[in-house]
Design a binder for this molecule. Structure first.
Ligand SMILES: Cc1ncc(COP(=O)(O)O)c(C=O)c1O
Length: 212
């Protein structure tokens, strides 16, 4: 929700101490984190220490469906007990084709990932310079902390009317009184688009009193 990255090495160490398995939900990380875009494990150099990795095809893969990576016995269990694999239709071939193409692009065009990180760093830097609280984000998901739900809705509505889309996040997705606007960036956003977003945020932020 807030763009921070789990402290995986510490988590693996604690799991190791207690004999627990570690499962990572890498929905927001595949294609984004790690030199090759392989996710949180690659980011920390601990890819082989994770027991179960799950991800979705609905974000960086621009499709639908998802995956689980684990030992054969775990996969076998999931295949026989997961409701979705028993009574639901499988992915349509067109969605599978999109995923395969996206995977090929993630692997063969790292310059897109470089651009994504360039865009993310610019937005971190510029939102902070304007005085917005963006928490502890380290990634292309950049929350703008608002506080009260009604301020969040008012801000979101004005953004929308000015052609900027983001997600308004209120309780129970975050604690009451910690409403935020979740913005996220792609590899293909241009500097011109990002500057426009910043300009609009600055104007509305001042109007609503989130920044001075
Ligand atoms: C962390 C996380 N995991 C899993 C999912 C599930 O994604 P989907 O149902 O689109 O496959 C989401 C979607 O928002 C997510 O944010």
């Amino acid at each position: 929700m807030e763009g921070d990255i789990i402290r995986l090495p510490e988590m693996l160490e604690i799991a190791g101490r207690f004999g627990a398995r570690v499962m990572i939900d890498d929905a927001h990380s595949v294609g984004v984190l790690g030199e090759g875009g392989r996710g949180t494990g690659e980011h920390f150099g601990t890819i082989d220490d994770i027991d179960i990795t799950m991800g979705t095809f609905s974000k960086s893969f621009a499709s639908l469906g998802g995956f689980i990576v684990a030992d054969e016995s775990v996969i076998n269990y999931v295949k026989h007990f997961a409701r979705e694999l028993i009574f639901s239709a499988s992915m349509p071939p067109s969605n599978v084709a999109s995923v395969l193409k996206a995977l090929e692009i993630i692997e063969s065009e790292p310059e897109r990932r470089d651009n994504l990180w360039k865009n993310a760093r610019k937005m971190h830097r510029e939102f902070r310079r304007l005085g917005f609280d963006i928490g502890t984000t380290e990634t292309p998901i950049v929350p703008i902390m608002i506080g009260e739900d009604m301020d969040c809705f008012a801000f979101w509505k004005e953004l929308h009317e000015n052609g900027v889309f983001c997600n308004a996040i209120i309780s129970p997705a975050v604690p009451p009184g910690s409403a935020l606007l979740r913005t996220s960036y792609t590899a293909t956003h241009t500097d011109r688009q990002l500057d426009r977003v910043l300009e609009i945020f600055e104007r509305i932020g001042k109007k609503i009193g989130i920044i001075s």
